[in-house]
Design a protein around this ligand. Structure first.
Ligand code: ADP
Length: 474
């Protein structure tokens, strides 16, 4: 069986969030389990592409509406990532540094999908399943089954995975002419609320859709930025499969980004060394519990709550803490989190920006990671944190609900809050401080957290089961 993963991101080539991590890991584990899995992604002008060797395997010119464009497919030469990586280059559209955020993102990703399908059509490249990820690839199932241009490919089965249901990639019907000839009886499948909505089209047209945690599948019916009704109707066709983590990349024993490596056996003496280095760099005392937040500074992640939560934590004289933020996103939140530095020097610091290496060092050096998310499709941060012996303090939603068990319960290893409000999360942080004061309990918790199995093996097997049971929808 051959599966093509189609994704806008793939770590380490280009990553903005969890989608990149998944596309960079799941195919590797599928290959290890005997399923041929490759990745096709857009070309970005980034380090990985500049530093590795690629062969041009295909070139052609096609059209998007009345706009002709040239594209080429480049294949990474050495299978360095554990799978065949193909990047699709379109001069003028897919040859920039950033993944998202351009005024012509609609055109960039529609062209990506058309060129991908044309490559399959014209090159004879074989596939049993196309596994599409998020809205940037959401038109593929519709085009495959309802465009006469791709009839020759319509026996290929499709899976669509939702990593984030808040973003739909909606564009105006005026751009309908970008698409090739499609069955006019089926165009309604593209529509949601008067726009072309690639996410909803994929949910309706793919053979099966999945979410990256079981709880998130249910939550989409109550919170999906306008698609609640769709998910209420389609829920029965969905499957929730929790993400794994790439334990080759995220391994405190071998992680080259850490100053001091450690295992579950050595965590009690070695993790503190990472903490000390981090505290030195950011001006903290290593004796206090170190809390962190890593991630996109957006409402979904509850980032707007952080300044108030932090003020309460930092003013709590009985429970002194240090706090380190790593993130970027909404400008207002970035600003609020930056100015806090002046109010609480030596207790609080923030790195506004993206820094992969620092993220690894923080997972290793922090005691607790705060995740006050309002929406969390799966959440990888809590899984990385646990693997590095860092205890998550989370709002119990989506994947956080599925992966974090509260310490008050049997077998628990984290702290769960029941709603994303300033006071509830502050109370969660206070519980964490009490835990920190109980050195014996904490020492027992470190190895327990590190031994939890969130590897891809289990989840990859669930995807394989899914691929084998795909049947065309009637
Ligand atoms: P999402 O995909 O919604 O942003 P996830 O928890 O699924 O959230 O994945 C986030 C990933 O991005 C994690 O690997 C996290 O470490 C990483 N990340 C987020 N923000 C930053 C940042 N500013 N610097 C480094 N890594 C980051």
């Amino acid at each position: 069986m051959k599966v093509i993963h189609l994704s806008a991101e793939c770590y380490p080539v280009a990553k903005v969030g969890g989608l990149g991590d998944v596309a960079g890991a799941l195919p590797k584990y599928l290959n290890q389990l005997g399923v041929e899995a490759i990745v096709v992604m857009p070309f970005y002008e980034r380090k990985f592409v500049q530093e590795n060797e690629f062969d041009t395997v295909f070139q052609a010119t096609t059209t998007m509406g009345d706009r002709p464009f040239f594209f080429e497919i480049l294949k990474e030469r050495t299978k360095k990532l554990g799978f065949d990586l193909y990047i699709l280059k379109i001069p003028g559209l897919l040859d920039r540094t950033e993944v998202y955020g351009y005024a012509d993102d609609d055109e960039r990703f529609v062209a990506f999908q058309l060129a991908f399908l044309d490559w399959l059509l014209w090159s004879g490249e074989r596939a049993d399943v196309i596994h599409c990820h998020d809205h940037q690839t959401g038109l593929v199932p519709f085009l495959l089954y309802f465009s006469s241009r791709y009839t020759a490919l319509s026996n290929i089965r499709t899976v669509f995975t939702i990593h984030n249901g808040q973003y739909h990639g909606t564009f105006d019907w005026q751009k309908f002419n970008y698409l090739p000839d499609v069955d006019s009886w089926k165009t309604g499948l593209l529509d949601w609320d008067g726009g072309i909505n690639p996410l909803s089209a994929a949910v309706r047209c793919a053979d099966v859709f999945t979410t990256v945690s079981p709880s998130y599948l249910n939550e989409l019916s109550v919170n999906s930025n306008g698609l609640e009704h769709l998910f209420e109707m389609e829920k029965g066709r969905g499957i929730g499969i929790i993400n794994g983590i790439d334990t080759d990349v995220w391994n405190p024993e071998t992680d080259p980004m850490l100053a001091v490596n450690y295992t579950a056996e050595t965590v009690s003496t070695e993790k503190i060394k990472n903490k000390k280095l981090l505290c030195e760099q950011f001006g903290f005392s290593p004796d206090k519990p170190l809390f962190t937040f890593i991630g996109r500074l957006v409402g979904e992640k509850g980032a707007d709550l952080l300044p108030e939560i932090f003020k309460l934590m930092l003013q709590d004289q009985e429970n002194p803490v240090s706090i380190l933020v790593l993130g970027s996103g909404e400008k207002g939140t970035e600003h609020e989190l930056s100015v806090l530095k002046e109010a609480f020097p030596g207790q609080y610091n923030a790195y506004i920006g993206y820094n992969e290496e620092l993220a690894h060092r923080i997972y290793a050096g922090a005691d607790f990671i705060l995740m006050p998310s309002r929406v969390e499709p799966c959440g990888l941060n809590q899984l990385y944190a646990l693997r590095y012996g860092t205890i998550p303090v989370v709002n119990s939603t989506g994947g956080l609900k599925d992966t974090v068990i509260d310490i008050s319960e049997n077998g628990g290893y984290g702290i769960r809050c029941h709603v994303a409000t300033v006071h509830e999360i502050f109370n969660g942080a206070r519980r964490a401080v009490q835990l920190f004061k109980n050195t014996d309990a904490l020492q027992l918790l470190y190895p327990k957290a590190m031994a939890l199995d969130f590897s891809w093996d289990r989840s990859a097997k669930e995807y394989i089961h899914l691929y084998h049971n795909l049947k065309p929808i009637s």
